[in-house]
Design a protein around this ligand. Structure first.
Ligand code: ADP
Ligand code: ASP
Ligand code: MG
Length: 439
């Protein structure tokens, strides 16, 4: 069985949804198709939740009406027959009815997750109506029946696997399943999600759960490019990446993949393909255990990073000092991305600033703490062999006019990370592109 995930832009217009239906019926091999919400919908739902949290009911009401207007036009174009359109209208009535009820009840934080879930519930139900109209046999299943996360917000892969397998076994005659990306149930049995961009993660968890033969991530670009195409011109797709390389790129900012979506596939050696819904014939990127060259593959950038320096001439070399520092971050469940040490100071970076003030307060017990916000990690990824000469030279040659705040090299053979002030991000990405890829 294959898992095919289509992102927001791939289902965001009626014609694109038609195209998705064509793509998934090109052959009869069994498939689970995972869909995101229509592009823009999750952002609007997020805004609705924020307005409600701030007590602005009338603004939330206005956003809900505008969104309904968008969906009214969408189904008019998506569907041809009156019967299908009236089915789709009932679906819109149900979900927009739900949003309108939320307007009337007293607000609590858990409602935000219910609001966000409406996007994927709508896209999959509307797609199922379209498939039915086209007489394409398919079964719509609910990810809320099998996608589970625990108290730590980590997926319960074994439960996902047993529940999903049971659902599939109940439909022996079906070889096309449609399921929602992003949404899941948490340990309290409430609706939750896998964080923004999480439909990729759904696809890879589903793939791992059923030991799929392949996971395909269909999006609006022809694979993982060698640099961020939103910032740099003349980027190009990379034909092959190893799981480790893809994970580094996703974690360090390549938006095409959710950062967590590699490990489930890697664990069960399931190849991932990144493909373009708008150009299905393009080769895209294949991600597997093998990496074809010992060279620089791609560059990614992760913004909104804070660098924290702890300076303590007295204690730094003392046994256990780093442990004490790490424990502070562990207590606040805040991951550290980069770390460098000198004799008198240690510098590290975080991107989750939820507990920054408390963290600083505790670190001040160990020394002088300095924080630099608005930093960007530039991550250069490839299959670097330590004996290979000149790689570092090339990178620093490209960046000779840019002040570099931190450098991390040697932690893995796939990644060289640099920290720069975000002001220099664009310049750094462009210069690295032209120096490292001869553009
Ligand atoms: P989807 O809605 O299908 O999940 P996303 O918007 O999440 O799509 O991801 C696709 C986008 O990721 C592309 O349109 C592109 O702008 C952006 N992107 C950022 N870095 C890269 C990269 N290195 N390679 C390809 N796309 C990238
Ligand atoms: N719809 C969700 C989002 O926009 C999940 C996804 O598209 O991957 O974040
Ligand atoms: Mg995405």
């Amino acid at each position: 069985m294959q898992v095919l995930k289509f992102g927001g832009t791939s289902v965001g217009q009626p014609q694109r949804m038609h195209q998705v239906a064509n793509l998934i019926t090109r052959d009869q091999s069994p498939k689970i198709v995972v869909l995101s919400a229509l592009s823009g919908t999750t952002n609007t739902l997020d805004q609705i939740g924020n307005e409600l949290a701030a007590g602005n009911k009338s603004k939330a009401q206005q956003l809900i009406s505008e969104l309904r207007g968008h969906y009214d036009l969408f189904i008019a174009d998506l569907l041809a027959s009156e019967t299908s359109r009236s089915k789709a209208e009932s679906i819109l009535d149900e979900h927009f009815g739900f949003l309108n009820v939320i307007l009337k009840i007293s607000f609590n934080e858990a409602l935000i997750k219910d609001i966000l879930a409406q996007g994927e519930l709508l896209s999959t139900k509307l797609f199922a109506v379209y498939l039915e109209e086209q007489e394409i046999p398919a079964t719509l299943i609910s990810s809320l029946d099998f996608m589970k996360i625990n108290e730590e917000k980590e997926p319960e892969l074994e439960q996902i696997s047993s529940k999903l397998t049971a659902i599939i076994d109940n439909h022996q005659d079906c070889n096309l399943f449609i399921a929602q990306g992003f949404i899941c149930k948490n340990h309290r049995g409430e609706i939750d999600n896998l964080q923004r961009g999480g439909s990729d993660y759904t696809a890879s968890l589903v793939g791992a759960a059923i030991k799929a033969s392949e996971i395909q991530i269909w999006t609006d670009i022809d694979g993982m490019h060698n640099n961020d195409p939103r910032v740099v011109d003349q980027t190009f797709p990379i034909a092959e990446l190893s799981f480790d390389e893809a994970a580094e790129l996703a974690y360090f900012g390549a938006k095409i993949l959710h950062p967590a979506c590699i490990w489930p596939a890697q664990k069960f050696s399931i190849p991932i393909k990144l493909l373009n819904t708008m150009h299905p014939e393009a080769k895209g990127t294949s991600i597997s255990h093998t990496s074809i060259s010992d060279d620089i593959k791609a560059i990614a950038a992760k913004d909104d990073i804070s660098a924290i320096k702890i300076k303590s001439s007295r204690m730094l070399l003392a046994y256990g000092f780093l442990t004490k520092i790490f424990e502070v971050f562990e207590r606040y469940k805040t991951p550290i991305d980069m770390i460098t040490t000198s004799e008198v100071a240690v510098s590290l970076t975080i991107d989750d600033k939820t507990h920054l003030l408390k963290i600083i307060e505790e670190l001040e017990l160990f020394g002088l703490v300095e924080v630099d916000n608005n930093q960007t990690i530039i991550c250069i990824v490839g299959n670097f062999v330590s004996q290979k000469k000149g790689i570092v030279n090339n990178i620093f040659g490209a960046l000779k006019s840019i002040p570099i705040r931190m450098i991390s090299y040697g932690g893995s053979r796939h990644n060289i990370s640099l920290l720069v002030d975000s002001y220099y991000k664009e310049e750094a990405l462009k210069k690295l592109s032209s120096h490292l890829f001869d553009l």
